[in-house]
Design a protein around this ligand. Structure first.
Ligand SMILES: *[C@@H]1O[C@H](CO)[C@@H](O)[C@H](O)[C@H]1NC(C)=O
Ligand SMILES: *[C@@H]1O[C@H](CO)[C@@H](O)[C@H](O)[C@H]1NC(C)=O
Ligand SMILES: *[C@@H]1O[C@H](CO)[C@@H](O)[C@H](O)[C@H]1NC(C)=O
Length: 403
């Protein structure tokens, strides 16, 4: 920071006032939480309205499939909406749709989890990022498969102007969400908030099981629980619970907060007081325990499967109690994260497994082959198996997570 001289002259003062005015105006303009959105959303974002569909109960298909199993595909780090002003970006989105379509057709899962960084929000020159979010969920919706999504750090990062826009070729044409909006608010460079993205997904999709967490967990939004029920069991004795958490990033720090941990403790004690129901947990950014697990496993590669050394673990900024709670629950079988595009390992940690998904999208950094982690849940006796299905159809890193 430059320091102002002691001697204050009139031009200097005006300069300071002008600069301050510009800074303040900028803050007002770029903060997506400001303005009318907060009020509108505040009024409608009631916990009950935003509880997941059907009380968050998912049922085994059974029937024609015969076998008593439930299969989940994890799509991680799709990064839709890169460089919309060039040919490259839209082509990556088409490629990502192809990856998802191929894997959905090979595996025919019962459910899909969008594990964050669905879009690259800091690369979207439109107000309505739901336009891209919608493209990302379309392969799943087109096949009539239900899904749930959670947020990654890139899903709400503010839009950044690329440096080459300041070159002689100038600023590209502004993209608007619809032709009528030209020149209006929806053509601005303002981002779309977490609340707006999630509200849009839920309002327009009857297959979406995505839930809003209670308001006291904001700014973290995607905190909710889904229950898997088999034909042999009912909602009072479910097969498995799936917890979804928002690990932050973008417009606020990359953490799972103390209040989120407390919410998890309350929820799990209420839904599974004696820890008799197996549980798994999803969020986007690996916790610091992933770093330790990788370090410990590295020399021996003990019991780990998958790609471990392509990248360093990029962990959350702090640990605020979530891992401690999970370690204390014997029912927690595994945690699944994305974020590191070059890693897809599973390693044992305490009494559970720490797992990465597999980078699914063509957007975002890195050129590692694309694929998806698949989970297979079997009832009576309970088992949880997982593997990676690649875009070219090959399968690897099969592992049993329920032991
Ligand atoms: C945002 O985009 C979605 C998907 O294209 C569209 O259905 C929705 O109406 C748009 N919302 C606004 C406020 O423009
Ligand atoms: C957890 O439960 C306690 C006791 O009922 C309550 O006081 C607290 O507000 C709850 N915390 C959260 C984050 O839900
Ligand atoms: C499929 O992709 C994987 C990962 O890139 C590669 O190792 C394998 O050789 C490919 N297999 C086929 C049959 O193309």
């Amino acid at each position: 920071m430059a320091r102002f001289p002691n001697r204050s002259s009139a031009p200097n003062r005006w300069y300071t006032i002008t600069v301050l005015f510009l800074i303040l105006r900028n803050i007002v303009m770029v903060r997506p939480e400001d303005g009318p959105h907060e009020n509108t959303l505040g009024l409608i974002a009631d916990d009950d309205i935003f509880a997941p569909l059907n009380d968050g109960c998912l049922r085994f298909a059974g029937g024609s499939k015969g076998a008593s199993s439930f299969k989940v595909a994890l799509f991680a780090d799709l990064h839709f909406g890169e460089n919309a002003w060039s040919d490259w970006g839209p082509q990556q989105d088409l490629n990502s749709v192809k990856v998802m379509s191929t894997i959905l057709d090979i595996e025919s899962p019962d459910f899909v989890v969008y594990l964050g960084d669905v879009i690259t929000a800091n690369n979207l020159p439109i107000h309505n990022a739901s336009f891209y979010w919608d493209q990302a969920i379309s392969p799943t919706r087109d096949r009539n498969i239900p899904w749930a999504s959670l947020f990654g750090n890139h899903d709400d990062a503010p839009f950044e102007w690329p440096i080459d826009w300041f070159s002689s070729s100038g600023i590209p044409q502004i993209l608007c969400s619809s032709a009528h909006d030209f020149g209006g608010d929806k053509c601005s460079f303002k981002g779309t908030t977490r609340l707006e993205l999630m509200r849009d997904e839920r309002r327009r999709n009857s297959l979406s099981y995505t839930g809003f967490g209670p308001r006291n967990l904001w700014p973290s939004v995607s905190n909710y629980v889904l229950t898997i029920v088999s034909p042999k069991s009912d909602s009072k004795s479910p097969v498995m619970l799936m917890y979804f958490l928002d690990s932050g990033g973008g417009s606020y720090p990359e953490v799972i907060s103390t209040i989120q941990s407390e919410w998890f403790r309350n929820k799990s004690q209420k839904m599974n007081p004696d820890s008799s129901i197996p549980e798994i947990v999803f969020w986007h950014i690996p916790s610091q325990a992933y770093k330790n697990a990788a370090k410990k496993a590295a020399p021996r590669r003990a019991q780990c499967v998958g790609s471990m050394f392509e990248e360093r673990v990029a962990a959350q900024e702090a640990e605020m109690g979530m891992m401690k709670l999970l370690k204390e629950r014997p029912s927690v079988k595994a945690i699944f994260v994305g974020h590191n595009h070059g890693l897809d390992w599973c390693c044992p940690y305490e009494k559970m497994w720490l797992c990465y998904a597999r980078h699914t999208g063509y957007g975002g950094y890195g050129n590692w082959a694309r694929g998806a982690r698949i989970l297979e849940i079997i009832d009576e006796p309970f088992s949880l198996k997982s593997w990676i299905r690649m875009e070219n159809g090959t399968l690897h890193s099969e592992v049993v997570l329920s032991t």
